[in-house]
Design a protein around this ligand. Structure first.
Ligand SMILES: NC(=O)c1ccc[n+]([C@@H]2O[C@H](COP(=O)([O-])OP(=O)(O)OC[C@H]3O[C@@H](n4cnc5c(N)ncnc54)[C@H](O)[C@@H]3O)[C@@H](O)[C@H]2O)c1
Ligand SMILES: O=C(O)C(=O)C[C@]1(C(=O)O)C=C[C@@H](O)C=C1
Length: 323
């Protein structure tokens, strides 16, 4: 499928928005890119980086005449943004987003979507701990999944067109129900971030002498946690505020398993510890065998893109209304 959009409007131009701008431009998917941000400094930075063609502080102005609009701001800003852009959305346009949670987005943005506009929320499962317009790179989505959660009544041809857009940027696309997405991401992304914030926070609370020892002797395990814990505070605040139920559900299970480990350590139950660690090692190996490790070797910096597939697959999880 050939993908071509006349005008792409990106509302918010941090890590994800700027990566879309760079990838869409590189792949020739769009004619014009208009960019809206809340703050003048961010807009100036985006302009200096040459990320778009039109720059404005007025989100409604940015979306006027756009056939693809993607919200790329923290999820907590979506309701106000949706209210302000709704009257300016063109009939026939596709409205999407990149937010890390989906049910909340369907609810708060959905109420503002005018008839004739196809609302197809999305989430590229790709990122780094960096933020802002200069953090983006065109290869970010290569070999990574992008989940779409189309709402009822959206024409399949629009979902296919948006899927083709992400595939052309190198992503593999899967459609699923928003609630299912939130449950899966709670355990694969949200809880890991909460754990990282917590463990690094625990170190921050240690007395100064111990803290400097931790920093001095931190090897890759703790360093990996600090990378994750350096992720954008506003973005992650909004994730936990808007995916509360799924996070609490998964956190409950996590706490039960942690208590089991605590008991095994206290009781010197080597067999229980070894059995658990053997299971988790197998999961790591299955992730590597599925090719996820090789797709983006170094998250922290722009890297050589793996080959962009001609037609990355679209998988249908089967949970969506009319996905
Ligand atoms: N960082 C990741 O790893 C990652 C991965 C996938 C999806 N996401 C999602 O992508 C979205 C953006 O995240 P990011 O990492 O690009 O964040 P970022 O902090 O790098 O950029 C956010 C951008 O939104 C702008 N913004 C903030 N409030 C705004 C408002 N009210 N109106 C207009 N613009 C506003 C900011 O100025 C900034 O340009 C979030 O919803 C996040 O959940 C992030
Ligand atoms: O590697 C990272 O820095 C990320 O945290 C990326 C990550 C993730 O948890 O996998 C973070 C948030 C997203 O919504 C999608 C991707």
């Amino acid at each position: 499928m050939t993908v071509h959009f006349k005008k792409l409007a990106l509302i918010g131009i941090g890590l994800i928005g700027s990566s879309i701008a760079l990838a869409a431009r590189r792949q020739g998917l769009v004619e014009v890119i208009s960019i809206a941000t809340r703050r003048q400094e961010t807009l100036d930075e985006a302009r200096e980086l040459g990320l778009g063609d039109i720059y404005t502080l007025d989100a409604a102005e940015a979306v006027r005449g756009a056939d693809l609009v993607i919200l790329c701001a923290p999820v907590g800003a979506y309701a106000a943004l949706a209210a302000s852009i709704a009257p300016a959305l063109e009939p026939g346009a596709i409205l999407s987003d990149v937010g890390s949670v989906k049910e909340h987005v369907v609810k708060v943005v959905g109420t503002y979507v005018p008839a004739g506009v196809s609302f197809i929320p999305g989430h590229p499962i790709a990122g780094t701990e960096h933020s802002g317009p200069s953090a983006g790179f065109a290869e970010l989505f290569a070999g990574r999944w992008c989940v779409l959660t189309p709402v009822a009544g959206v024409p399949q041809s629009d979902t296919d067109k948006l899927a083709a857009f992400w595939q052309a940027m190198g992503s593999m696309v899967e459609c699923m129900d928003a609630a299912h997405h939130d449950m899966v991401l709670a355990i694969t992304s949200h809880i890991p971030h909460l754990i990282a914030y917590n463990i690094v926070g625990t170190v921050a609370d240690l007395e100064t002498a111990t803290q400097s020892e931790v920093i001095k002797f931190s090897a890759s395990g703790f360093r990996d946690f600090t990378r994750i814990a350096a992720s954008d505070p506003v973005m992650w605040r909004d994730v936990f505020l808007t995916n509360k139920e799924a996070v609490l559900e998964m956190l409950g299970r996590f706490n039960e398993d942690l208590s089991m480990l605590q008991r095994a350590v206290r009781n010197g139950d080597g067999a229980a510890l070894e059995a658990m660690f053997t299971r988790t090692r197998a999961i790591r190996r299955s992730i590597i065998n599925a090719g996820q490790e090789t797709a983006a070797p170094d998250f922290g910096r722009p890297h050589e893109a793996p080959p962009v597939p001609d037609a990355a697959p679209v998988r249908d999880h089967g949970g969506g209304d009319d996905a």
